[in-house]
Design a protein around this ligand. Structure first.
Ligand SMILES: *Cc1c(COP(=O)(O)O)cnc(C)c1O
Length: 228
């Protein structure tokens, strides 16, 4: 087995253990393998070990890998910051977009989605730690953005995503993720009943995210090794 298979299996085991420990149903947390900066060959290896969903941070890199691996049944998730001059690449290649935080980008993605593709599945990125300079909307800005995005044909609003301030402390990791869960519950209470996705947790904090209700964790380093 390739080292990627071994590491994937170890991450799956971490997810299963966290599901059991925090009372989450088995299989309720999806694994997104974050392949940014890694070659297409690494994606192919992970696919051969049963991994289906991959995350990319750079639009050009997403397009290149999606084209190079077009023969495989892969699901591509865009998770990085997106400039309006790169929306076309994401609209053409991604199945999911996690980092939506502006209505203008949402409108461009919908307008540029090629005919025949299913709606782009989207999550709104929330700056739960209210860090200046950080991508994502503040919790108070969410209802207005959700309202706008939910009305755009060609997009399907699925939930929320966050990338909290880095912390090695389990309880503070949990507090940040609990804020995202609260944001989702607030939107559900406002009538956004179709939202089912909490995209949160990475290599260093996926257990805390699962404890707080993550439905999808985005893991790079633990699967593909450190990035340059
Ligand atoms: C790079 C990245 C990840 C994966 O981080 P690791 O610590 O390598 O698991 C997850 N989410 C986003 C948004 C990222 O940019």
């Amino acid at each position: 087995m390739s080292p990627i298979c071994d590491r994937l299996e170890a991450v799956r085991e971490r997810i299963r253990a966290a599901e059991a420990r925090f009372g989450r149903p088995e299989g309720s947390v999806r694994l997104l393998a974050v392949s940014k900066t890694k070659p297409a060959q690494a994606v192919r290896e992970a696919f051969q070990c049963g991994q289906h969903a991959f995350g990319e941070n750079y639009a050009q890199e997403l397009a290149e890998k999606a084209e190079a691996l077009a023969g495989l049944d892969l699901e591509w998730h865009y998770i990085g910051p997106l400039q309006s001059n790169k929306t076309r690449l994401v609209a053409a290649h991604a199945h999911w977009m996690h980092s939506l935080d502006r209505e203008k980008i949402a409108r461009r993605l919908a307008a540029q989605r090629p005919d025949g593709l299913p709606p782009l599945q989207v999550c709104l990125q929330v700056n739960v730690s209210a860090e200046p300079q950080k991508a994502g909307v503040l919790p108070g800005e969410l209802p207005a953005l959700a309202e706008a995005v939910a009305g755009i044909e060609g997009l399907s609003l699925r939930g929320l995503m966050t990338l909290p301030a880095r912390s090695d402390d389990f309880d503070s990791q949990r507090r940040a993720f609990a804020r995202l869960r609260q944001c989702l519950e607030d939107l559900q209470a406002r009538g956004f009943t179709g939202l089912d996705t909490l995209s949160m947790g990475m290599t260093g904090d996926l257990e805390a995210a699962i404890a707080e209700g993550a439905t999808l964790v985005r893991v790079g380093t633990a699967i593909f090794g450190p990035r340059d």
